[in-house]
Design a protein. Structure first.
Lengths: 243, 243
DNA sequence: TGCCGTTGCGCACACTGTACGCATAAGCTG
DNA sequence: CAGCTTATGCGTACAGTGTGCGCAACGGCA
């Protein structure tokens, strides 16, 4: 597939004219796409369905969006916009601020589990305005905390990678859960025998099954698990900072 | 071997040749799917293309695989099987072993960048035999290191989450890079103006551009970045262990 | 020999992304 | 006002998708 000669093929770089919006704007399309994804999942997002959800023809969308991939890029940046990072205040409290930021990212992923299945495919998302703004804020935070220039980026990336990794795993679970149409309790119970079977010769895994016994609140369980890893990562960064 | 030479049999009417080859097994299908994904990317995996790649009809695959989703689950578990975790030897060297395991996971993702776009969608992958075996080994490792039962799972999950997060980001980059058809140098150079434009009002991001200046080896750069976060995570786990 | 379960496959259906071209509407110039 | 340019919506069409269904050929068994 030879590359065309126009400069760059990403949403953020394509020149965009500014005209008044006549009944179908890009923002409107992206917003409805997010809604559709939230309600019906990632498989339900097709140009036709999105079109009819907007009372528009399927191909009308192409006047505002180059193609489906571009729409996906826009959608990803859109939900990134929901993430809030505390304004840089007291450098000594960088850890608390980073924790809040990380939790905000995770909360976004849990609100929109479908992003997890898009993040691995959509590159260049970091060029989106919301992603840019977010990164800037967080970089500020780590630099103010005392990480030297190049290391601040590494520290930030480490935290983000952890959060995205947890989010990926959680989103996968929530997605199959939603597709099953059952409650988390029911689904876990339903899965129980298969897990027992699969872990027959793996004694250590047995304890993992405790996760599925339904006595504990699974949501709280996930929260604590997330917090544990985040705290370890921040511990590691902190001792690095104190050298 | 009795040959029936009765009527005028032409090549086209002759019944299919006998079973000189193992026909079509699930392992064979999964193996070819991985090959196809490696070579042509995640968008190229369709039942029809996979069928023709196996000299088989498209729907023949359904005798060995329930549906496309199941194939994806099998494929994910298959590549998990490439990951090698060192046998638990000296508990004091848990850190080195965990590092090797983490690097093995990352290497797998870099070999098969398409997994990143599947991990967020395919839940239940942890029921696959290879994933089970891998988890068991790693759990062993962390328990031997001294993490109490339930915490070993949290520690392992934290490390895995970090690795998957890094892999997701790297895979996204490599995928768009491959789709661009250019070398990493060329593509970075090509992207340069767009990045400059996007980061105009974000001074801290400027330094990120150093990543794209092409003077440093980007692969080595990624390796070091990965190693930095991994070391911080392991630092955090280590001090927790020594408490 | 006849039968039966397994396997491969052709066909069909509903659905996808999107290129193309036409019809309309909104703005500007005169 | 007319006339023109440009932006927008949409109908049609094409190639490609996952997969349910039913037929045909085979291996192994009674």
């Amino acid at each position: 597939m030879p590359v065309d000669e126009q400069p760059i093929q990403s949403v953020w770089t394509r020149p965009r004219r500014k005209r008044d919006q006549p009944a179908l704007s890009q923002a409107q399309i992206v917003g409805e796409a997010v809604r559709l994804l939230d309600v019906e999942g990632v498989d339900a997002l097709s140009m036709r369905r999105l079109g009819t959800a907007l009372n528009a023809g399927a191909t009308s969308l192409y006047r505002h969006v180059a193609n489906r991939d571009e729409l996906v890029e826009l959608v990803v940046d859109e939900v990134y916009g929901e993430i809030s990072v505390p304004e840089n205040s007291d450098p000594a409290k960088w850890r608390a601020a980073a924790t809040v930021g990380a939790q905000s990212v995770r909360a976004m992923i849990l609100r929109h589990p479908w992003v997890a299945s898009l993040l691995g495919a959509v590159g260049l998302s970091y060029l989106g305005p919301n992603v840019m703004r977010l990164n800037e804020r967080m970089l500020n935070l780590f630099e103010a905390a005392g990480f030297p220039g190049d290391e601040a980026d590494q520290a930030l990336s480490a935290v983000i990678a952890y959060v995205v990794g947890v989010g990926t795993s959680e989103a996968a679970w929530l997605t199959t859960l939603a597709k099953s149409g059952r409650s988390e309790q029911e689904w876990s119970e339903h899965l129980r025998p298969a897990i027992e079977e699969a872990s027959r010769e793996y004694p250590h895994q047995r304890e993992r099954i405790a996760q599925f016994d339904g006595t504990a609140d699974p949501e709280q369980f996930r929260d604590e698990k997330f917090r544990y890893g985040l705290d370890r990562m921040l511990d590691g960064l902190e001792i690095r900072l104190k050298r």
